[in-house]
Design a protein around this ligand. Structure first.
Ligand SMILES: [Fe+2]
Length: 235
């Protein structure tokens, strides 16, 4: 539907405004993640120390790491973004789909342990974001934490229905609202691509090994010409 007028809508049921996300696994992860963990550890050692159990780097990883394996990782990130963004826009882009330029707008890493978390937030100045898991405790050990249990170190995403739960009225008629968030367990080699507007948080983590993640922001542009498919209607 455009913003310039009313469109005819066929009789029937509508299921509007989904939240597109992509879950990708890097085939080289088992081989390269230990190297990435060492490189990120040395970058952390050169930076100002953060609070106990938590470190967040500057968002300049794209420029700071120069390894062939890093180029492979960036290729995986861009290919994964491309796949998820194309799927998300399949009904919105013209046919045939335009050539794309995927721009990584910033990349950084975070290290957490000792119960550290990263509170609810969204990402700005970009259309897509992602989080890649470099290292975390193995699943049985991770979920065995006596306090945090299965929530230990997960990434929690809050869907667009979440703010509609105010008042907490729940009945069978709005059961579809009640799965308002999704916890995704950390898994080394797993990349989650999500819209930048999607609120999320890194839940508290405690483990034998640090939880190390790489995060990024991206924008997606037409290879030629402008990005805007539609004009805006006059008020
Ligand atoms: Fe984030």
């Amino acid at each position: 539907m455009s913003g310039s007028g009313a469109d005819a809508v066929a009789q029937g049921q509508l299921a509007l405004w989904p939240t597109p996300m992509g879950v990708h696994r890097w085939a080289q992860a088992a081989e390269v993640n230990p190297l990435l963990a060492r490189v990120l550890g040395s970058l952390r050692a050169m930076a100002q120390p953060g609070p106990a159990g938590f470190f967040a780097s500057e968002d300049d990883l794209l420029e700071r790491i120069r390894l062939p394996e890093w180029k492979d990782f960036l290729r995986f990130v861009v290919d994964s973004l491309h796949a998820t963004v194309a799927q998300a826009n399949r009904g919105a882009w013209p046919h045939p789909a335009p050539g794309l330029q995927v721009h990584l707008r910033g990349m950084w890493f975070q290290v957490a342990n000792q119960g550290a978390s990263h509170d609810v937030h969204t990402h700005g100045n970009c259309s897509w974001s992602g989080v890649y898991c470099v290292q975390v405790d193995d699943e049985p050990r991770r979920v065995a934490d006596p306090v945090l249990g299965s929530r230990n170190g997960v990434t929690r995403f809050y869907g667009p229905y979440f703010p509609r739960l105010g008042g907490a009225h729940a009945d069978l008629g709005n059961a579809y609202l009640q799965s308002a968030h999704l916890d995704i367990a950390p898994l080394p080699g797993q990349l989650i691509v999500f819209p930048s507007w999607l609120a999320h948080q890194a839940m508290a983590y405690r483990g034998e090994r640090d939880r190390i993640i790489v995060s990024f922001n991206a924008s997606v542009h037409a290879a030629q010409g402008g990005d805007r498919l539609r004009g805006y209607a006059a008020a």
